[in-house]
Design a protein around this ligand. Structure first.
Ligand SMILES: Nc1ncnc2c1ncn2[C@@H]1O[C@H](COP(=O)(O)OP(=O)(O)OP(=O)(O)O)[C@@H](O)[C@H]1O
Ligand SMILES: [Mg+2]
Length: 333
């Protein structure tokens, strides 16, 4: 029933000379699964990807593909392909030459190379671009070619390091959809890296949330959103209000779980004064100033119309999390 494990990172540690790096990483990725490494700059995402691709040696631990330890193999002997953050097309080669290069090395016939390139360009919606040079294309187009080129090599595991970070928001979300479509159609196993939580939520089967060189939580986007294991994750994924308690614990509540009622400060979870009401597309964000800080609530247009700047309101919390001080424990309340 369960898909077989394609990639396994087992207790892997890679530290640089200055002590930075990643520690005790454990991760299993199933065949055809898209798993995202998510975390802020410097948390170790690229380091993990490079050890899987063979561009860095692990200090300890193992990397297995289909159960075979590949940690000692050089990049070209590994069944992986990596797309780096900056465009990695060869500038002096046309799109066609860029794409054909790896296939020629594999001694595939001209006829077959040509057919495969045509098919792949169709797949990434770049048909007709064969004769262009990289500097004659937009960033998004170059990135699509870079992904197409890596797909042509039919890697068993595709490693993508922030491939869309240089693109503007609209092209980015188109590229996400295209990648997801191709990846599911071809059932490719992908490890994707981003520091953008929205991108991770949109794209992934599972997300690995990283913090300072360690894995902090692994789960589906829904699991992580519904049950952020630590306060760090609660603050990193989606919007969250944090309300410090007298006993030192912190109560966290998402703005969509805050309901407001007009009235003085009794009866609700916390009282306050409406500071701002902002329209954010199809919903409103109402910021309430309380003696524990600002509490944000999301509201429909209809709900938001009941409130104005300066109103006294009660905030009611539906669905909160509680985080212990200096610990990773949480309880759902
Ligand atoms: N070649 C290197 N030598 C020494 N330290 C390094 C080297 N490469 C990365 N580091 C350090 O290791 C840590 C992890 O770096 P890494 O590049 O894996 O982070 P990242 O999560 O990919 O960050 P970003 O989102 O900025 O790309 C950082 O503290 C970084 O400064
Ligand atoms: Mg990086």
């Amino acid at each position: 029933m369960d898909k077989p494990t394609k990639l396994e990172i087992r207790n892997m540690t890679k530290l640089y000379k200055n002590g930075d790096g990643v520690r005790n990483i454990n991760l299993s990725v199933s065949l055809g699964e898209l798993v995202t490494l998510l975390g802020p700059s410097g948390c170790g995402k690229t380091t993990i990807l490079r050890t899987v691709g063979g561009f860095l040696q692990c200090d300890s631990g193992k990397i297995l593909i289909d159960g075979q330890d590949i940690s000692q193999l050089p990049p070209e002997k590994r069944p992986t392909a990596m797309v780096f953050q900056s465009y990695n097309l060869w500038p002096h080669m046309t799109v066609y030459e860029n794409m054909a290069f790896g296939l020629k090395l594999r001694r595939i016939s001209k006829q077959e190379i040509s057919e495969r390139i045509t098919r792949m360009l169709d797949l990434v919606k770049m048909a007709g671009f064969e004769k262009k040079y990289p500097n004659q294309m937009s960033g998004g187009q170059q990135q699509r070619i870079a992904i197409a080129r890596s797909l042509l090599l039919e890697p068993q595991v595709l490693l993508l390091d922030e491939p869309f970070s240089a693109l503007d928001a609209k092209i980015r979300s188109q590229m996400r959809e295209e990648l997801r479509k191709i990846q599911t159609d071809l059932a490719i196993t992908v490890v994707f890296v981003t520091h953008d939580q929205e991108e991770a939520m949109a794209l992934s089967d599972r997300i690995v949330v990283m913090n300072k060189g360690s894995v902090e939580q692994i789960g589906t986007p829904g699991e992580i959103y519904e049950n952020p294991a630590t306060r760090y994750i609660a603050g990193f994924i989606g919007e969250m209000n944090f309300i410090e308690q007298r006993d030192g614990t912190t109560v966290a509540v998402r703005p969509e779980n805050v309901r407001l009622e007009l009235g003085d400060a009794t009866g609700g979870d916390i009282g306050g004064i409406v500071r701002t009401i902002m329209m954010l597309g199809h919903f409103y964000e109402i910021a309430v100033g309380t003696d524990k800080g600002i509490v944000k609530a999301f509201a429909s247009a209809e709900e938001a119309a009941q409130f104005k700047h300066g109103d006294l309101v009660n905030c009611f919390f539906d669905g909160t999390y509680r985080y212990q001080p200096n610990s990773d424990q949480t309880e759902n309340v």
